[in-house]
Write a protein of this length. Structure first.
Length: 225
């Protein structure tokens, strides 16, 4: 008789434990079901912004208000979301031609900077700017100027003495030889005696091309000692 009561008591314990487990499971399910689904983050539309509408962004961007002639060319480009998810300018042939013409008109077709604006250009400093070490240059060049994603770059003084050497690296894929590709390069150097100089960029040479190397010489000034 006593053994039977123990069994009944044990069975009641099992039933009570099962009921508690079931109750906990129901409560957890109710909490999960009641939790709101995560809201999808909607990306704003890309639009021109900045003082001269030269920046493509999905938010208002404050910039300085100096005007560059090439800024007017952005009306020929398309401000839209790029493959990486960020807003950016999709460049058109009309945009590239407009920028090349604007740079040529600004610096003159009698200068190398103006003549080669349709091939290669420096964007972050003006020709003849006074520089110090380290010098960081950003620009863009047609794909034909690169070899293995890079381009030889040299800093020389007015007499042609080499002050520093580096490799300008493409900042992105090079789809073909005609596409403009952003590049960047950094020079570290000791100031030379000669104040005048150039940043020289060498175009890759194809097999069977003339032996003379095509270069782009961007004028700079070394800060006086």
């Amino acid at each position: 008789m006593q053994t039977k009561k123990k069994m009944e008591l044990r069975e009641m314990h099992y039933i009570a434990f099962g009921a508690v487990v079931l109750l906990v499971a129901v409560l957890v399910w109710m909490l999960v079901a009641a939790k709101p689904a995560p809201k999808e983050v909607s990306l704003g539309s890309c639009r021109p912004t900045g003082c001269s509408s030269q920046v493509c962004s999905d938010r208002d961007v404050v910039t300085t208000c100096e005007f560059q002639p090439e800024y007017a060319c952005y009306k020929e480009a398309v401000c839209e979301r790029q493959s990486n998810g960020a807003c950016g300018w999709t460049r058109t042939d009309a945009f590239e031609s407009c920028v090349a013409q604007a740079v040529a008109e600004t610096f003159g077709t009698d200068t190398e900077v103006g003549r080669k604006a349709g091939e290669i250009r420096i964007n972050n400093i003006e020709p003849g700017a006074v520089i110090v070490s380290p010098l960081y240059l950003k620009g863009e060049a047609r794909g034909a100027w690169f070899s293995g994603g890079g381009m030889d770059a040299t800093l020389v003084d007015a007499d042609g003495n080499v002050i520093a050497e580096a490799e300008a690296r493409a900042q992105g894929n090079i789809p073909d030889d005609s596409a403009f590709v952003p590049f960047a390069v950094q020079f570290e150097f000791t100031r030379p005696e000669n104040k005048e100089g150039f940043a020289v960029f060498a175009k890759k040479r194809l097999i069977g091309s003339p032996s003379e190397e095509e270069t782009f010489r961007f004028p700079i000034q070394f800060r006086s000692r």
